[in-house]
Every structure is written in structure tokens, then in C-alpha cells.
Design a protein around this ligand. Structure first.
Ligand code: HEC
Ligand code: HEC
Length: 326
């Protein structure tokens, strides 16, 4: 995005000199606004692609759906009178608190189960939802735009903000994991889904993460799988998160450099969906699920959680490739 802005700034004197006798500055402002809008749209699409489309697949085929397509959701949240502000407020509210009471799509909840709680930057979220307000994502015109965008993305060299990139990679992993987990629980029940909870099988398809040779793991201070035990540094991050939560403060991700790699920590919070396997034994975890877990993980420590607690962190390791200019 910055490249386009720089390009725009560089070409400005040229436009200036050509137009200096016709005084076209109003036109310039309009052109710049159009340019900005295009950049905002691209940013929103990229965010939607990594954060929402994995579950809310925009493609029309209906097999293996794990969530309703976004155009269906858009229809439910929009009528002739809805303002952009209302639309954004309602959807952001749901995403931050995905519960049955907050849902206005009971059929979707019945078919797919409630949407898992994920954390997004508030600004990013607003950008994505306001894009949904402005764009009819069921139109042929939009599909053409989407296809073009995907093609361009594949070819474009990108600047790197490692914190955002790591977050995208963590979110993509989480979305893939959530999708597989929801499908497995829906199909086989919690006990049957226990085997599906391993992240190792989940490929990260984002082109940037491939370029950066990114690796993702989940670790915890109370791991179910002993291979997921957090190390000293990771433990202190988890502890820091808990303390901040107690004090009602926000605790953001942590990104640092180590051996020419960029490492990012991103918290994983619990929600209602996790309780079937990480909640209170007998009460929330059924005896059947519990015995399955005990058999596979004799040293399991990952139970007794409530909602909105830190279950562990994503550790994203990225090659440090291109100068970080942000
Ligand atoms: C891990 C899968 C998953 C991801 C990722 C995901 N969703 Fe959902 N979402 C669902 C499922 C399942 C439903 C249907 C059940 C429900 O309504 O809660 C849903 C429903 C919704 C609803 C309807 C709420 C209602 O009234 O019931 C909205 C709005 C929504 N998603 C927005 C988003 C946006 C925007 C993103 C990206 C920022 C996103 N979702 C990412 C799974 C996901
Ligand atoms: C169907 C049962 C099930 C559900 C539902 C479930 N998990 Fe797990 N979880 C597991 C199992 C089994 C493992 C061990 C995976 C492995 O061997 O790596 C695990 C491992 C993890 C780990 C890695 C650290 C560790 O303890 O080994 C995290 C983090 C985690 N789960 C978070 C969650 C969150 C957050 C949710 C809810 C969004 C959730 N899980 C829902 C069964 C489940």
C-alpha cells in the first residue's frame, strides 16, 4: 500500500506541472480520494480473506460449508434503512461477543454451531465490516473484482509488518483449526473429535507465510499434549496476560527478533466451544470425552478452564527477509 502512496507522491509534481495552467486541484483531490478508497478496499479484502473467508467461503459451491456465506449474513443485517454506522456496530458487537442471544440468525447457529470467538484489531474489524456494507458481495461485479484481487495479490511484492503478518498467520491457523474442529464436533460429537485437535496437519496457505517460511505452534502453561509445554519466555508472556486481565488492562501480542528470525506471541482465549474439552470434568466434559482424552494424554493438564481465559499462545516464527519499514 505504501508503495502506491509513494508512487502517487512522486507523480504529483508531474500532474502539478501539467495542470498548473488549468487549476485542476479539485480534480486532484477527487483522484487522491479514489486512490485512497482503492487502497482501503484492497486492505479490507486482504483482511477478509485471511480472517473470514476460510469459514465464510465466498465461492458458491455449497459442499463442506462450515458457516453461512457473507452475502447471506449481509442480507440479515441490512435493510433499506440501515446506516453504515448501525451495520458496523451490530456486526462488530456480535463478533466480539458471539453468543446465541446476540445472534440474529438462529438457523445458522442451528446448522453450524455458534461462531467461535476470535480476537481482531478493532480498526481492522471496522474496516472489514464497512467494506461489507459498501459492497454487494453476491454480485457478479464483486466476484470479478475478487478474482482480479486474488491474482494481483499472488504477484505483488509486499512490505512486512511482522506483528500484523504474524497475527494473520495465527488467525489463519485458528480459522482453519476452528473450521476443522467445528466440522468434527458436528459430525462425531466432542468425544469423536478429540483426535482432530492437533494443529500439525493444518497447512498455512497464505503466500507470505510461505515466503517467510513461517512456522506456527501452540503452547500452554497447562498443556494437554506435553509437547506443547511453554518455555520460560512463553510462560512469562502468559503470566503477563493474566495479570493484565486481572487489572482490566489490554495485553497485546509480543514480537521480537531472535537468531535472525522474527517471533510473535498471540494469545489464545477460551470460549464456549472449548468447554466440551477444556472445561470442568463431568460437568462440561462428558465422561466419554474425558476417558478418550485420558487415554491419549495421560498427563493432561488442560481442563478446568472458564470462558475468556488464556488457554495458551500461538508462537509464530518467521524468517526475517525484507527490511521492516514500519
Ligand atoms: C472459524 C470459522 C469462522 C470464522 C473464521 C469467521 N466466522 Fe463468522 N460465523 C461462523 C459460523 C459457524 C457462523 C454461523 C453461526 C452464528 O451465527 O454464530 C458465523 C456467523 C457470523 C455472523 C452472523 C451472526 C449472527 O447473527 O448469527 C457474522 C456477522 C459473522 N459470522 C461475521 C464474521 C466476520 C466478519 C468474520 C471475519 C472477521 C468471521 N465471521 C469469521 C464461523 C466463522
Ligand atoms: C473436541 C475436543 C476439543 C475442543 C472442542 C477444543 N480442544 Fe483444544 N485440545 C484438544 C486436544 C485433544 C488437544 C491436544 C492436541 C495435541 O495433541 O496437540 C488440545 C490442545 C489445545 C492447545 C495446545 C496446548 C495443549 O494443551 O496441548 C490449545 C492452545 C487449545 N487446545 C485451545 C483450544 C481452544 C481455545 C478451544 C476452543 C476454541 C479448544 N482448544 C477446543 C481438544 C479440544
Amino acid at each position: 500500500m505504501k508503495n502506491t502512496i509513494i508512487a502517487a507522491i512522486l507523480t504529483l509534481p508531474l500532474i502539478w506541472s501539467i495542470n498548473s495552467c488549468t487549476n485542476n486541484s479539485a480534480q486532484e483531490i477527487i483522484d487522491n480520494n479514489v486512490e485512497e478508497q482503492v487502497n482501503t478496499d484492497d486492505k479490507a479484502l486482504l483482511l477478509l480473506k485471511t480472517n473470514c473467508f476460510t469459514c465464510h467461503n465466498p465461492n458458491l459451491e455449497t459442499d463442506n460449508r462450515v458457516a453461512p456465506p457473507l452475502f447471506k449474513i449481509r442480507e440479515h443485517y441490512l435493510n433499506e434503512k440501515t446506516t453504515e454506522e448501525e451495520f458496523v456496530k451490530n456486526i462488530v458487537h456480535f463478533i466480539n461477543n458471539p453468543t446465541e442471544e446476540n445472534s440474529i440468525m438462529p438457523g445458522a447457529v442451528r446448522n453450524f454451531g455458534i461462531m467461535p470467538k476470535m480476537s481482531f484489531k478493532e480498526d481492522d474489524l471496522k474496516l472489514m465490516v464497512s467494506y461489507l456494507y459498501k459492497n454487494d458481495v453476491s454480485s457478479d461485479e464483486w466476484y470479478a473484482k475478487w478474482e482480479k484481487f486474488e491474482k494481483e495479490q499472488a504477484e505483488k511484492p509486499q512490505e512486512i509488518n511482522y506483528e500484523d503478518l504474524g497475527r494473520n498467520i495465527a488467525n489463519e491457523t485458528k480459522a482453519n483449526l476452528g473450521k476443522n474442529l467445528m466440522a468434527a464436533v458436528k459430525e462425531k460429537g466432542a468425544a469423536g473429535a478429540v483426535e482432530f485437535c492437533n494443529t500439525k496437519a493444518i497447512p498455512i496457505t497464505d503466500s507470505m507465510s510461505v515466503v517467510l517460511n513461517a512456522k506456527v505452534k501452540r503452547v500452554s502453561d497447562k498443556p494437554r499434549n506435553p509437547n506443547n509445554q511453554a518455555n520460560t519466555d512463553e510462560l512469562s508472556y502468559i503470566e503477563g496476560w493474566r495479570k493484565a486481565k486481572q487489572n482490566g488492562e489490554k495485553f497485546g501480542p509480543k514480537v521480537f527478533e531472535s537468531n535472525n528470525k522474527m517471533i510473535g506471541y498471540y494469545p489464545i482465549e477460551t470460549n464456549d466451544m472449548c468447554m466440551k474439552c477444556h472445561g470442568t470434568p463431568e460437568k462440561q466434559i462428558t465422561a466419554e470425552t474425558l476417558s478418550k482424552i485420558k487415554k491419549l494424554y495421560p498427563t493432561d493438564k488442560a481442563f478446568g478452564y472458564a470462558e475468556n481465559e488464556i488457554r495458551g499462545i500461538f508462537v509464530v516464527e518467521m524468517d526475517k527477509k525484507i527490511e521492516n519499514r514500519k
